[in-house]
Design a protein around this ligand. Structure first.
Ligand code: NAD
Length: 261
């Protein structure tokens, strides 16, 4: 079966990558490309036979599943519009707070929703490795995460860095919110045991890099992932979209899609 996909944020970096990655695939077809009414892309062709529109409701009605790489506010509005339609969703927007998450949970109560801060196979593999390392090493090994992204990225730390840091806390058996340290400044004192540091670097056109360090007594382990193209996230999101159609309502992540649970 070919899943009809509505792409939100069609003129964004990720929206464009998703539309491009759909070319030639048999499992998905882009049925609508949606962006803000003010976007210069509205009314123009974004792929052969595909014109960008601002009508979210029409786009959602005429698809099996939508893919959302936009902004937290747009993600909330889309989830609210999709709930009465019980529309399946793939959500990659990061920087979501409790209100945005609530709208997503309302949709996930009636439709399958895949939410992931990172749709690449490599990062999802890294998450598993990091959790395993943290569990085996324990919190005596100081864990720090450094992420680097392009200068236009709005949220910090990256959603992927937060997912990695949570995986470390899980491996340690700790509650992340009690041990997190998002960058350091001033007279901060000695590093508490079990603390997890997360640091953000911004510059240039870096697609996304994450380096996880575990510092032992006189040794250090580093696990790293470097993305050199958005096509990996786009391909993962399309795979998630094809997978989600027909699944029971609920919230899923990329490990469900990849069969790694
Ligand atoms: P971008 O700024 O290039 O694109 C965002 C797009 O959303 C733009 O086209 C913008 O016009 C559109 N938009 C904003 N408000 C809208 C609205 N109300 N209705 C419709 N469209 C709207 O950003 P980007 O680099 O493509 O990233 C988008 C999001 O995806 C960010 O949160 C980013 O962190 C996240 N991201 C996630 C992954 C992942 O694998 N999960 C990978 C890369 C980026």
């Amino acid at each position: 079966m070919t899943a009809l996909v509505c792409v939100l944020g069609a003129s964004g970096r990720m929206g464009k990558a998703v539309i491009e990655a759909a070319t030639g695939r048999m499992d998905v077809r882009i049925s609508a490309a949606i962006d803000r009414a003010e976007s210069p892309v509205i009314g123009t062709q974004v792929a052969p036979g595909l014109t960008a529109r601002a009508d979210l409701s029409a786009g959602l009605e005429a698809c099996d599943v939508y893919i959302d790489f936009t902004s937290p506010e747009a993600t909330r509005a889309a989830a609210q519009a999709a709930t009465p339609l019980r529309r399946a969703a793939v959500i990659g927007t990061t920087g979501l707070d409790k209100d945005h998450e609530y709208a997503i949970s309302q949709l996930a109560a009636v439709a399958p929703v895949v939410v992931a801060a990172n749709f690449s196979l490599g990062v999802n593999m890294l998450l598993g490795l990091v959790k395993q390392a943290a569990r085996a090493l324990g919190s005596d090994w100081d864990a720090e995460v450094v992420e680097t992204h392009h200068r236009s990225k709005r949220d910090a730390p990256s959603g992927t860095a937060l997912a990695i840091a949570r995986a470390i806390a899980d491996g340690h058996g700790n509650d992340y919110d009690r041990v997190k340290r998002h960058s350091r400044d001033g007279d901060i004192g000695a590093r508490p045991r079990g603390e997890i540091g997360v640091h953000s670097v911004r510059g240039g056109d870096v697609v996304g890099e994450h380096v996880v360090s575990f510092f032992g007594g006189a040794e250090r382990i580093e696990l790293a992932h470097r993305a050199s193209s958005r096509s990996i996230f786009a391909a993962g999101a399309l795979r998630a979209a094809a997978w989600a159609v027909g699944k029971p309502a609920g919230r899923y992540d990329m490990l469900d899609v990849l069969g790694l649970k």
